[in-house]
Design a protein around this ligand. Sequence first.
Ligand code: NAD
Ligand code: MN
Length: 501
Amino acid sequence: MPTPKAKKQKNMRSSGRTAPELIFGNLWNFDPAPETADPKVKATYDLFIDGKWTQAKSKKRFDSINPANEKKIAEIALAGPLDVNLAYLAAGRAQKSWARTPGKERAKYLYRIARLLQDRAREFAVAETLDGGKPIKESRDFDIPMAAAHFFYHAGWADKLQYVAAGKTLEPLGVVGQVIPWNFPLLMLAWKLAPALATGNCVVIKPAETTSITALKFAEILQDAGLPPGVVNIVTGAGETGSAVIAHSLAAKVAFTGSTEVGKKIMRSLAGTDKKMTLELGGKAANIIFEDASLDQAVEGIVNGIFFNQGHVCCAGSRLLVQESVAELVISKLRTRIRMLKVGDPMDKNTDIGAINSLSQLTKIKRLVASGIKEGAKLYQPECVLPKQGYYFRPTLFTGVTQSHRVAREEIFGPVLSVLTFRTVDEAIEKANNTVYGLSAGVWTDKGARILKMAAELKAGVVWANTFNKFDPSSPFGGYKESGFGREGGRQGLLDYANLV
Ligand code: NAD
Ligand code: MN
């Protein structure tokens, strides 16, 4: 029998973000709810080349730390050009027979990988949170299941490549070099590997230096799945290792996800070669709220759009455009909602905002927030107590932002939202498109016709309507302008890993 008090609390929780919470503010106290499963992380990791664990030639290693408490988790091999070369040679040797393997056989490997990942989902979720700082509820409910979903989806394509484009079939490009970022470590690996393998390519992939652990654990899954040696090779290290992966002469294609700055470097370095390229780069997405939108729903979408994964999301809705007539109301609802966010230990199941991925990212966020204050935007941060150890940043709201402010133009890649206003549909479109980026956008309105108009006018790879940050392996994702080119996911994503013949 629940006590009257417990019953009252339960009712309040189930009533959503309505009156009681408005009154109680952040007075809700949650007991700690730590995730305790063993992430099974080894103390040291070597490179995964030709199906075997291989020491780096230089024998050098670097540390991966837990950004939630700055403690060292593991030592990871630092791959140099010689190691990257070995990885490419292994991929080159494996490639012909992998390409000749019938699609339905390749599909079996992909299904097996997906299932093995599901079997170990909890362990991988804990490892992802430990190494990268994202809330456990996100690695558990988003990163790992989505990674498995990408392998399932592409397993389905592997024996149907003659149906992707009418009258033609897909042939592999050969060996592809892939470099991925730290914000969705295992998920970005899945986005890269699954379509490459389904279409018969072999891979050399480099995870980001702060988050290599789930990629290395994934090598165990490849071994358990019996994937032929050399089909996937995993090399670890920072930018220099990345450049070696991009530059190798055996790479028929390079696929990069990361910053626009590095993307530009890569484009320059590959100009004049016949390597194919896809680049998934930064963003500064507009999340546009019209006065006729369901505002409470929109506030949830705004919060999800910018505070999901600490705002370390290339398609984050970091520029909020609100119609002037409802701006005051939306901002006040938003402040109330932001006060409810639980910031702290990412391993706690109640945490909404975990640790910033690295000290250098925290420094970048602080620098840009300082510029916002200096340029005259108005800052709001809730009073929350941050852990003493580790890299944390309060959820932050800037109002009174103009289009020329750095916080409206530059990607912050942190939990910082800049609010601008507009009066007309045309003004909303013009402001939303007034950016060098073009990865995503959100539109909140009651009118279907307006959604269609906005989707047509916004120069963004993805336009979400009355929702935000929705992903599916069958839905292509990618950018316009300085957000990059090429698509990942869906039919379009397969075409970027194959020749049509
Ligand atoms: P980054 O570009 O510095 O690093 C990304 C990856 O590239 C890492 O693995 C890194 O080691 C490697 N790298 C660094 N220098 C390199 C070089 N010269 N040659 C080859 N590889 C190199 O970016 P970051 O700070 O790690 O990641 C954050 C950025 O990534 C943000 O700007 C974000 O928008 C972008 N991002 C984009 C997407 C997308 O899908 N478009 C997804 C996630 C992140
Ligand atoms: Mn780490």
